[in-house]
Design a protein around this ligand. Structure first.
Ligand SMILES: [Zn+2]
Length: 214
């Protein structure tokens, strides 16, 4: 039963079919409207297939809505065999879209946790990141969601998540500040209560969080 679910790469999740979701055709029409709004002709040769490409890109950019992090993590429980030291996954590339401008958020996420009874495969951690990155987001919320999901499902002694990212709505439009990175973090359990654990994590990821927070 669970094997069947695991093999299904696109589970029919309730969140995948948001009520009132427009048809593919309507989505393509909306892109045509935006092309016209930008000042171009959606019927010229180079743009004829663009609405379809954009819609298909959206299926990737926003594939996180159809995925359930609990399902992904639940399938990967493993015994720790006594391992009780910190597990850190750093420099995981992350690309998301801000919910204010639908502009790219490009950066890296670092995840650390202290196992209690179970550890989780590295690839699963990366998949959890994508569940939340591939939605319309604000960085603060995404950071918290990743940490909370790990905390709730694998029930570790503590979790830390740090995201550093550039927001294209800042770098390519508006104030056009290049090279500005936004840093957000969420510390739970011993990562929050024990400064030594937090320092160890930040040491692993080579990040001066105290500096970034100010
Ligand atoms: Zn934005």
């Amino acid at each position: 039963m669970s094997k069947h679910v695991a093999n299904d790469s696109s589970p029919a999740d309730a969140t995948a079919s948001v009520e009132g979701r427009p048809s593919r055709e309507e989505a393509r029409d909306a892109v045509r409207t935006l092309i016209k709004w930008a000042g171009d002709d959606p019927d010229r040769e180079g743009l004829v297939d663009t609405p379809d490409r954009v819609v298909r890109s959206y299926e990737e950019y926003y594939s996180g809505y159809g995925q359930d992090p609990v399902e992904i993590l639940k399938r990967t429980f493993e015994e720790t065999n006594g391992y009780d030291e910190m597990v850190v996954l750093k420099d995981v590339e992350i690309s998301s879209h801000c919910e204010h401008h639908m502009a790219p958020i490009i950066g890296r996420v670092h995840i650390g946790y202290l196992p209690y009874k179970s550890v989780v495969g590295i690839s699963k951690l990366a998949r959890i990141v994508n569940v939340y990155a591939r939605r319309l987001q604000i960085q603060e919320k995404m950071t918290a969601q990743i940490a909370d999901a790990l905390n709730e499902v694998i029930n570790p002694r503590g979790v830390g998540v740090v995201v550093e990212a550039a927001h294209h709505c800042m770098t390519t439009r508006g104030i056009q500040k290049q090279g500005v990175m936004m840093v957000t973090s969420r510390m739970l359990g011993t990562f929050r209560s024990d400064p030594k654990t937090r320092r160890e994590f930040l040491g692993f990821i080579g990040h001066a969080l105290g500096k970034a927070a100010n």
